[in-house]
Write a protein that binds this ligand. Structure first.
Ligand code: NAG
Ligand code: NAG
Ligand code: NAG
Length: 340
């Protein structure tokens, strides 16, 4: 990677609502400037009036806790894309918009993006406590509201979590065929025990378990999804997800956070994506964050889902072997680094 021209000091006043701290913490973050990335000659020009839509539209959430992960994800996307200038980013945050805006534009001065503000109260009344407090963050539910947040002109988006990196061209993922009527595409895991994602009270209630009667549901991870926003808006899937969240408030039908309502609405009717596009679970489980290995097969995207995050483990000098693959995308410049 070429040496960035400048480094900037960004002061962060970080409020960590999802980690159950009660006070406001001040964190000093110094991020390097990423190099500029250029289209290869065969890329369609998006400045033509005839073809003014970006080739790839990406949606991610931004918050002060995960910003370091988001920055690494953005860098990895640009670096492995053949047409990086044709990518448009839609960022969603719930607070500190101007800080996050400044951080992104300072490190990525050439990035095409828009920052949207998600109102936490849209969803806060619908969230039930899950097994891991970080999963109960309102922003974690923002993916359900993308079709409302993003302009109508955006018809397809690749949604990505902040704890992942791509090592392949995102355009390939974005072009996943959605078939006649699928609303979203994601890698499916039909060997996972689907029963375990819902409680016995769910399965023992026929009016609920019938939801899956005419489908062959498989687990999928909601951290990597290709979403047809037009079909989603037409079918008003946001309300369908909210209905399940309302029910969860009244009777416990699942233990995880934002994932199970997606499974309830979409499992068994999504378009499939090759497993290489979500090598998930690298953060270990939801309780301890143990080291995990890659699943067999090729890798286009590495995802540190689970409790352990590579930047936390690297900082603590207790990295897992695969965290070394995340490190080259880290834009944080620590005051102690001997970067000459
Ligand atoms: C960041 O967001 C928190 C929570 O909304 C707020 O208390 C804090 O003042 C914000 N910090 C800045 C610098 O805007
Ligand atoms: C982000 O900054 C740009 C200018 O750098 C400004 O036009 C835009 O309105 C800002 N967005 C937010 C949400 O602060
Ligand atoms: C799947 O999970 C359920 C509930 O957790 C359990 O009762 C069942 O034995 C599991 N099935 C298999 C094949 O492991």
């Amino acid at each position: 990677m070429q040496k960035p021209k400048h480094s900037f000091l960004i002061l962060f006043f970080c409020f960590l609502p999802c980690l159950s701290f009660s006070s406001t913490t001040v964190i000093t973050h110094q991020f390097k400037e990423a190099p500029e990335f250029y289209n290869s000659p065969e890329c369609p020009s998006i400045t033509d009036a005839s073809n003014s839509k970006p080739t790839v539209q990406v949606a991610m959430t931004l918050d002060t806790t995960y910003i370091r992960g988001s920055m690494a994800a953005i860098l990895s996307i640009l670096q492995h894309s053949s047409c990086p200038q044709n990518i448009f980013f839609h960022f969603v945050c719930s607070s500190n918009a101007s800080n996050l805006n400044a951080t992104i534009s300072t490190s990525f001065p050439y990035l095409k993006f828009h920052l949207y503000t998600f109102d936490d109260t849209t969803v806060s009344g619908l969230i039930s406590t899950s097994i891991r407090s970080a999963l109960d963050c309102p922003l974690n539910y923002a993916r359900t509201y993308l079709p409302n947040l993003l302009p109508l002109s955006v018809t397809r988006v690749v949604y990505l979590d902040s704890d992942l990196i791509l090592v392949d061209d995102i355009a390939k993922l974005a072009q996943t065929p959605l078939g006649e009527d699928s609303v979203l595409a994601a890698p499916e895991y039909c060997n996972a025990n689907f029963t375990s994602y819902f409680t016995p009270s769910f399965w023992s209630n026929p009016s609920l378990s019938l939801t899956f009667a005419n489908r062959k549901p498989c687990y999928f991870n909601t951290g990597v999804m290709v979403i047809d926003l037009e079909r989603w808006r037409e079918g008003d899937y946001t309300s369908k997800i909210e209905d399940w969240m309302e029910l969860q408030k009244r009777m416990r039908i699942y233990e995880l956070g934002s994932l199970p309502p997606f499974l309830l609405v979409f499992a068994g009717s999504i378009a499939s994506v090759d497993h290489r596009w979500n090598q998930h679970g690298l953060g270990g489980d939801n309780f301890r964050g143990l080291c995990r290995n890659l699943h067999p097969g090729p890798v286009s995207l590495l995802h540190w889902s689970g409790k352990g995050k590579p930047w936390v483990r690297l900082d603590a000098n207790r990295p897992c072997p695969l965290d070394a693959l995340w490190a080259p995308y880290d834009l944080l410049q620590t005051p102690f680094s001997l970067d000459s």
